[in-house]
Design a protein around this ligand. Structure first.
Ligand SMILES: [Fe+2]
Ligand SMILES: [Fe+2]
Length: 262
């Protein structure tokens, strides 16, 4: 199967025209014959090397290569070396970012909920990457943070605001979602994000909590908040196209903690 045919399958999961988004060919030929597909969330150098070593023909990534949303040709020292590395692998490379978030059910959200084994009702997509979810059973922010650390293999989830009040109204914001302010100032009790503006959002949650409101912001880290979504997509793709071999390549957390080996 050719690389572009596999991508057309993936792109078809989100109806609409996304040709003007970042979901485009980034390197190599769209006509490349593909036997092995590597899927990853953040294309860190180690993930690129691991995929090339495995013999991937097609490399699909959620996030950009060159620290720029549009993957503009790099001019930074590390960006230039990374470009050289990617070209040397000979892999065909595509971005898959907007489509999965805009599929009828946000596929990144689906993967994260599956990994977290959270039971509840998915209400609506509130903003890009921001999903309203009502839990069947109440949980405190502290309990939820612990669950997230264990299930998503995140070393430290940061909690701002209320820690020990049972809650059901969640806003699930994967990556760096929009609508965080609206979620915090709306009726969500626990707002989950990968990353956000600390001086504004975390401080709002702290003030709201100290004023007696049940309001919490959980900050997971961007990578840890989305990678199970891409793992989920790799599984869906393998089921859909069994004639090629699909493998998910892990992106590690971007930070190293002195009290953790993760
Ligand atoms: Fe994302
Ligand atoms: Fe993201």
């Amino acid at each position: 199967m050719k690389a572009y045919e596999i991508m057309n399958e993936l792109f078809s999961w989100a109806p609409g025209d996304y040709t003007k988004t970042c979901d485009t060919l980034k390197a190599g030929s769209p006509d490349k014959e593909v036997r092995r597909v590597a899927v990853c969330c953040f294309p860190e150098v180690n993930a690129i090397k691991a995929a090339a070593e495995w013999g991937a023909d097609l490399f699909i990534t959620h996030e950009p290569f060159y620290h720029d949303h549009w993957d503009k040709p790099p001019v930074s020292p590390a960006g230039l070396l990374k470009k050289e590395l990617i070209e040397k692998t000979g892999m065909t490379v595509y971005r898959y970012h907007d489509h999965p978030h805009m599929a009828p059910s946000d596929l990144i959200c689906e993967g994260e909920l599956k990994a977290l084994e959270l039971k509840g009702t998915y209400k609506t997509r509130y903003a890009f990457g921001q999903n309203q979810f009502i839990l069947d059973e109440p949980v405190t922010a502290r309990e939820l943070a612990k669950r997230i650390e264990e299930k998503l293999n995140i070393a430290h989830v940061r909690i701002s605001g209320t820690t020990d009040t049972p809650s059901t109204k969640l806003m699930l914001g994967w990556g760096a979602p929009g609508g965080v302010w609206e979620a915090l100032t709306g009726d969500a009790e626990i707002v989950i994000v990968g990353e956000t503006c600390e001086w504004q959002m975390a401080e709002y949650a702290r003030d709201a909590s100290q004023l007696g409101m049940n309001k919490t912001l959980l900050i997971l880290g961007h990578c840890g908040s989305e990678r199970d979504g891409m793992k989920h997509i790799s599984e869906l793709l393998q089921k859909k196209i069994p004639s090629v071999e699909v493998r998910y390549f892990e992106s590690s957390e971007v930070y190293t903690y002195q009290d953790s080996i993760r």
